[in-house]
Design a protein around this ligand. Structure first.
Ligand SMILES: [Ca+2]
Length: 188
């Protein structure tokens, strides 16, 4: 049996804020995922849940997981942003595996910079990928590699981060979409 799997086990704790304004609804997952978060899946063996048991604390975390076969599991939220001077913090545990010759896999947090019409202008991705993943840094894409498969804390200022996306004009960005993603193959 060929073993093709991507696992994304991640808790998102992301108080994204401008001054005292909290932009992410239910960012600690202490309430049911919907309606603040939207889940989407394709393919087999997908999981999009929240639970208290993914780390050692009694609070909730969220999991987006895609198992064997092409497809994805996503938990996302889009927010209108008054500016990109936003401090994002997230605790993530990101994993990606593939068998030799199998499809590539990605697990992580996708940050899409969008206009008001939902057009993606650029993307930052924090996560793990397998060696055949075709996504590489460009003028519209910046990869931040998870250092290992343990829980790690990340902190980004989005105005500073978007400088890495040199083909994106920050003034064009009006929305930010956060997506916990487990992805296998070219389906994204
Ligand atoms: Ca917990």
């Amino acid at each position: 049996m060929r073993f093709r799997l991507t696992l994304l086990l991640l808790a998102l704790w992301l108080p994204i804020s401008v001054s005292a304004l909290e932009l992410v609804a239910n960012g600690d997952f202490e309430e049911e995922l919907t309606p603040a978060w939207t889940t989407a899946t394709s393919g087999a063996a997908t999981v999009t849940v929240r639970a208290t048991t993914f780390d050692g604390d009694p609070d909730y975390e969220a999991l987006a997981q895609k198992g064997t076969g092409n497809g994805h599991a996503k938990i996302s939220q889009v927010m209108v942003v008054p500016s990109l001077d936003l401090d994002l913090s997230a605790a993530l545990r990101c994993e990606a595996y593939s068998s030799p010759g199998g499809p590539w896999a990605v697990g992580g947090l996708v940050i899409d910079y969008e206009d008001l019409h939902g057009n993606v202008l650029g993307t930052t991705l924090i996560g793990a990928k397998t060696s055949l993943c075709p996504w590489h840094d460009s003028g519209t894409f910046h990869w931040i590699a998870a250092p290992d498969q343990n829980w790690n804390d990340y902190a980004l200022n989005l105005a500073d981060e978007i400088v890495n996306l040199f083909d994106v004009d920050p003034a064009d960005v009006q929305c930010v979409r956060m997506t916990l993603t487990g992805l296998v193959g070219g389906d994204c």
